[in-house]
Design a protein around this ligand. Sequence first.
Ligand SMILES: *Cc1c(COP(=O)(O)O)cnc(C)c1O
Length: 216
Amino acid sequence: MLIKENLKHIKKQLPEEVTLVAVSKTKPVQIILEAYDAGQRIFGENKIQEMVDKYDDLPKDIKWHMIGHLQRNKVKYMAHFVELIHGVDSFKTLMEINKQAQKHQRVINCLLQVRIAKEDTKFGLSFAEIENILTSNELKDLKHIRVIGLMGMASFTNDLDQIKAEFKSLNTFFRELKTLHPSLNTLSTGMSGDFEIAIECGSTMVRVGSAIFGSR
Ligand SMILES: *Cc1c(COP(=O)(O)O)cnc(C)c1O
């Protein structure tokens, strides 16, 4: 019941064109089914094995998004069903996704993860690296993937101005890229703590976990 209420509350705050990914990592299938029964069909997980197990156990009209850091050697386990991969941060990973998608005669949608957060420089690509990937001839040869946008996470901070500045700069970059690459249509930014700011700054897809399912 609570989950249904939470979903309703969040949906009310989302413009129609913003897609809600319900982040269900660590939550059991019964809990996910509550959200499913409330009409939610897009779920996000951050571990491939966990997502595969849930895919096997849950209704097949669920669209599964991989939002976590990718281990290349595990891409093959989700290639037959994953709907969108948010956290792609190298060309090598795109090649592996393409290879595995080809085996299933699929085209897998991907987002390139941008490194925006100042203190977390571990994952993600710089703006320049993203431009290089999008303009490379090698990308055109990958017929079984489609890069449809960018994913970013703001710094882990309470400074709302900083978060806003980061989302804004990402949105500016996204809109510049779109003029050169019109097929880009997705900007995945915003989580439970900052999705309102992200939407203000042009997000088209928010990844919300704890505000729907409670704390983990
Ligand atoms: C866990 C996670 C989320 C959701 O976080 P909440 O704060 O629970 O909404 C969003 N994006 C990524 C990449 C995550 O790992």
